[in-house]
Write a protein that binds this ligand. Structure first.
Ligand code: ADP
Length: 370
């Protein structure tokens, strides 16, 4: 029995390299499969194993062997290995019938926050909407599935923090600003290059839904928001098919170009039968010192697009420098300053989205738009 409190990264790497990669026949470390390995002072170890395209199942045994190898090391108290596997290229198109969507235990509703292009403020909106739902008395979780740039750790003031492991070896979400949060960014070393982009991420997202205690029987989550990667490509389609989404909120700026993308986003959700709870227009206008509204990116485009496609328009968020500053500072404005007009906007949008969620989820819908 060894009473050492810490285990070094080298020791873990050596142990992991004794587990053979089923494809290369060499050690897992030597084969470049291990990512985000960071032992913590309390002896808990989390890392990811990156499997080649389509080989996820083959690597499940290696994942278990890797966990066992690390668990045996003196000083290690708990181990979680997250397996990421890219789907084979043709797979999404080849499957004719929709795959069974993944639900999450003890979560009442799952809602995607989506945008058809990057930089429209999707993550800012996701985080602040999550706080707004919480301000309305809901128990809320947020999963940052934006593999291109996981921004949740920064926006939540959780950079460098690691989720804890529960006794059953599942991950506990990090509680930040009253929200249960989880991000791919918590699990990979920010210093190491993010190599598990693209389709590879879909496996990781599934695991972050399945292997995280989002809610418990006695304290279920009312709402789990999923901050999707921007765009309408194969990854987004796969994620929206795989996760049992109860609805989607689309974030857009008012520009014509952004709105053309929104139409594609609406079509994507229609394809996978996920109801649109509504569209939010971000960066709608800027208020100058006299209170006059300057519509930098045009006016009312998102509302018109929503009307045109029979989707609800949930509201506008103006350009507010404090919104960016609060995101950078790791304290969402709705949580830090719920009294500000922009925070009230988010809360009104959240209220409207909840109404639509309740209406759209009714099992036997009659005629909705009258
Ligand atoms: P996305 O997730 O769509 O890529 P982000 O949420 O990361 O976009 O936002 C991009 C940048 O714009 C961030 O710096 C964010 O703080 C800023 N931003 C987003 N919405 C607003 C807004 N309404 N007012 C001011 N800054 C905003």
């Amino acid at each position: 029995m060894n009473n050492r409190l810490t285990v070094s990264q080298d020791e873990i790497s050596r142990a992991l390299n004794c587990v053979l990669d089923p494809v290369t026949g060499k050690g897992l470390v030597e084969s470049g499969r291990i990512q985000g390995l960071m032992p913590r002072a309390d002896g808990r170890v989390v890392f990811t194993i990156e499997a080649p395209p389509g080989a996820g199942e083959v690597y499940e045994k290696a994942r278990i062997a890797a966990e066992n190898a690390v668990r045996r090391l003196p000083g290690v108290t708990a181990v979680t290995a997250v397996l990421t596997a890219e789907r084979p290229r043709e797979a999404p198109r080849a499957a004719p019938q929709p795959p069974t969507a993944q639900g999450v235990p003890h979560v009442r509703a799952i809602v995607a926050i989506a945008s058809a292009k990057g930089g429209v403020g999707k993550s800012t909106a996701a985080v602040n909407l999550a706080c707004a739902f919480a301000a309305l008395g809901k128990k809320v979780g947020i999963l940052d599935a934006d593999v291109y740039g996981p921004s949740l750790p920064t926006m939540m003031g959780a950079v460098g923090m690691k989720p804890e492991l529960a006794p059953d070896k599942k991950l506990l979400p990090l509680m930040r600003h009253g929200l249960a949060t989880m991000s791919i960014g918590y699990l990979v070393d920010p210093e190491s290059p993010m190599v598990w982009r693209g389709a590879m991420a879909t496996g990781a997202v599934s695991q972050l839904l399945a292997d995280v205690h989002w809610g418990t029987e006695s304290a279920p989550l009312d709402l789990l928001l999923i901050d999707l990667p921007p765009g309408t490509g194969d990854i987004q389609l796969t994620l929206t098919q795989r996760i049992a989404l109860d609805g989607a909120i689309i974030i857009s700026t008012p520009q014509e170009i952004a709105l053309a993308d929104v139409r594609r986003g609406l079509a994507m959700f229609e394809k996978v039968h996920v109801p649109i709870l509504g569209i939010v227009e971000n960066m709608a206008y800027f208020e100058d010192s006299t209170g006059a509204r300057i519509h930098i990116f045009g006016q009312g485009g998102a509302r018109r697009t929503a009307e045109q496609f029979g989707a609800a328009f949930l509201g506008e968020i103006p350009i507010v420098p404090a919104l960016r500053e609060s995101g950078d500072a790791g304290a969402p404005i709705v949580a830090a300053r719920p009294d500000l007009p922009v925070s009230r906007r988010f809360i009104e949008i959240a209220e409207a989205a909840l109404v639509n969620l309740a209406t759209i989820r009714k099992p036997a819908p009659t005629i909705r738009f009258v």
